[in-house]
Design a protein around this ligand. Structure first.
Ligand code: COA
Length: 241
């Protein structure tokens, strides 16, 4: 699988897939083409039982992703058309349905939809130069790739509203302190660190890993009682992939 215009998709023999956002000249800005490429890649990952962990990263020195492609945004289709396209190719819902752990390896600018992609990942590892931000409200729009929902679930209400309503940017240390990332590493160690984490996950029983992810993520949207039932159900699934 390959030949994408905006994304590099690689799969190795160790159960690790890597997805590289690949528009470095535009700081990997998220375009319609990138949405379509990612949609195809994620659908392939979802049904590929050989893949046990996925790393998302950005090409180039300066950014994981500097948000929606603002040049394209100015020529965006009508709201009705955009909604129709989205209902057919809902990339954000697809992100939530990927059973394998997703690891974001983040460097440089992680803005707007770049941050929202990172928020769909299960683990976020960043290098010391990372800068997070949600500039949408200041641009007269809402984050529409889930950010208003995914961010408060991770950061809590007050810190999320501070980022959303004021455009406040968060550096690596703040991101680590607030739990936005769980590991902060020197830039030259970022990919190696992400790979080590992916390999660790890939060394575990893949069914148990998927069930653990499902129990935690689905459980977050349930009452404690429902969550405990879900845990019980998943703990007793004996099937192998
Ligand atoms: N959409 C399209 N192109 C973008 C982009 C975006 N979101 N962000 C950066 N680029 C392009 C720039 O236009 C520039 O292209 P050019 O060389 O053809 O002029 C190139 O990427 C490099 O960006 P530049 O602004 O020169 O880098 P910088 O280091 O001076 O600044 C940022 C980096 C991230 C602070 C700045 O690019 C920026 O503010 N980008 C927009 C962020 C944003 O608001 N995103 C939208 C979220 S909804």
């Amino acid at each position: 699988m390959g030949g994408f215009e905006t994304v590099i998709y690689e799969k190795d023999g160790r159960g690790i897939a890597a997805v590289t956002l690949n528009r470095p000249k535009a700081l990997n800005a998220f375009s319609v083409r990138m949405r379509d490429d990612l949609y195809e890649v994620l659908n392939a990952i979802k049904i590929d039982d050989e893949i046990r962990a996925v790393i998302f990263k950005g090409a180039g020195e300066k950014a994981f992703c500097a948000g929606a492609d603002l040049k394209e945004f100015l020529t965006a289709p009508s709201a009705v058309k955009a909604r129709r396209i989205r209902s057919v190719r809902d990339l954000w819902r697809l992100f939530m349905r990927i059973p394998q752990p997703l690891i974001a390896a983040l460097h440089g600018y992680v803005l707007g939809s770049g941050m929202e992609i990172a928020l769909y990942c299960d683990l976020r590892i960043a290098s010391e130069d990372v800068v997070f931000g949600l500039p949408e409200v200041g641009l007269g729009i809402l984050p529409a790739a889930g950010g208003t929902q995914t961010l408060p679930r991770l950061l809590g209400l007050a810190a999320s509203l501070d980022m959303l309503l004021t455009g406040r940017r968060i550096n690596g240390k703040e991101a680590l302190d607030s739990g936005l990332v769980t590991r902060l590493v020197p830039k030259d160690r970022l990919l190696q660190s992400a790979e080590e984490v992916a390999l660790k996950i890939a060394s575990f029983d893949p069914v148990v890993v998927r069930n653990a992810k499902q129990a935690v993520k689905k459980g977050m949207d349930m009452t404690l009682e429902q969550g405990l039932e879900l845990e019980q159900r998943l703990a007793h699934i004996p099937d192998k992939i």
